[in-house]
Design a protein around this ligand. Structure first.
Ligand code: P6P
Length: 341
């Protein structure tokens, strides 16, 4: 048996490419003895849709795809053209992949039945979060949660299939379309990040086993709503000021979340006088990012309980959200609960 000659010597110009998303998924599938490949294929379908949406985003300034679509979504929010494009791209990729029986999307009023009654999985997604930032070239993102259906395979999907607690997620993650495009996800065994290599058209493992810090000095919160926040939240924000923490709030949650995941810190979208349940949606924004944050050693709370324990009552239900470094989330909870007694 001969060995490749001079591997060390030539490594500097034939350095290994690294692990592609596809190879990583296959390797990890072997850790699930009863896995038959459906979840693996579903993750590949998400990777494919992410590449297609990424292509549209990077050309958006030249293709006229920026700006308003001219309609509102179920939340009464003006849809950007890219919201609609991303929504269609992900629904089409997931439907053609045949591993998903139903989809919940921020851009769809009701449950999307893919017609694949034999599929085991449900996807809840925000196809393009923060899309109003696309015209100013701020990073934006796709957020996704994957659940196993509760109803019998072979039957039409039900509302019970999609209205599940976040702790039931089998996988969750996000795609960040930023300076580089990254896919970050968990299947409940840690968090791994992949960077898109355009020349190969592949996501390559770049951030294995991501762990956030127990504490940090970044806080992400829209202090423009100061007058609407509870006294507990105001006390915590004053604490951040006293600690000389740095505010990093872009109006694009995936970008703010990614910083906190890698560097430590806290993200807050609390309840306000106007919106007692805040703005962010439980099923496809709070739950998936909370799952990722907890898997990276952080915490995610609504001021009273873990986000992942909240029992959903409606498809587009909102939840106040605080997530990030465990010590910082605990400190905020302590300050808020002081007023709850
Ligand atoms: P506000 C984007 O619309 C989004 O859902 C999140 O990405 C972001 O963190 C938040 O809303 C920004 O909301 O009220 O601060 O403009």
């Amino acid at each position: 048996m001969t060995h490749i000659k001079n591997v060390q010597e030539v490594d500097q110009f034939v350095a290994p490419i690294g692990t592609t998303l596809d190879r990583f998924i296959t390797q990890r599938q072997q850790e699930f003895p009863y896995a038959k490949g459906e979840l693996s294929q579903l993750l590949r379908d998400i990777g494919l849709a992410a590449k297609i949406v990424n292509l549209a985003i990077v050309k958006s300034g030249l293709s006229g795809i920026e700006g308003l679509y001219g309609e509102q979504n179920v939340h009464g929010e003006d849809q950007q053209k890219m919201d609609v494009v991303a929504n269609v791209r992900f629904i089409r990729a997931l439907t053609r992949g045949e591993e998903v029986c139903a989809i919940v999307s921020e851009e769809e009023d009701g449950i999307v039945d893919t017609g694949h009654c034999d599929a085991k999985y449900i996807v809840a997604m925000d196809p393009l979060d923060g899309s109003s930032n696309i015209d100013v070239n701020t990073p934006i993102g796709t957020i996704f949660a994957i659940y196993r259906r509760k109803s019998e395979v072979g039957t039409p999907p039900t509302e019970e299939d999609v209205m599940q607690k976040g702790q039931n997620q089998v996988a969750a993650g996000y795609v960040m379309y930023g300076a580089s495009t990254m896919l970050v996800y968990t299947t409940g065994h840690g968090v791994n990040g992949f960077t898109y290599e355009y020349s190969l058209g592949e996501f390559i493992l770049s951030h294995p086993n991501i762990k956030t810090k127990p504490s940090g000095n970044y806080y992400a919160c829209n202090e423009g709503y100061w007058n609407d926040y509870s006294q507990g939240v105001k006390d915590y924000l004053n604490y951040c000021h006293d600690q000389h923490y740095k505010t990093r709030y872009s109006g694009s949650m995936v970008a703010d979340f990614h910083r906190i995941l890698l560097k430590g810190g806290i993200f807050m979208y609390p309840s306000t006088k106007k919106d007692a349940q805040g703005k962010l949606r439980l099923l496809y924004e709070c739950n998936p990012l909370s799952f990722v944050m907890e898997q990276a050693g952080g915490k995610a709370h609504n001021g009273i309980q873990r986000i992942l324990e909240i029992e959903p009552k409606s498809l587009h239900q909102r939840a106040p959200l605080v997530m990030g470094s465990a010590d910082m989330v605990d400190k905020l909870a302590e300050m808020v609960q002081k007023y709850a007694k």
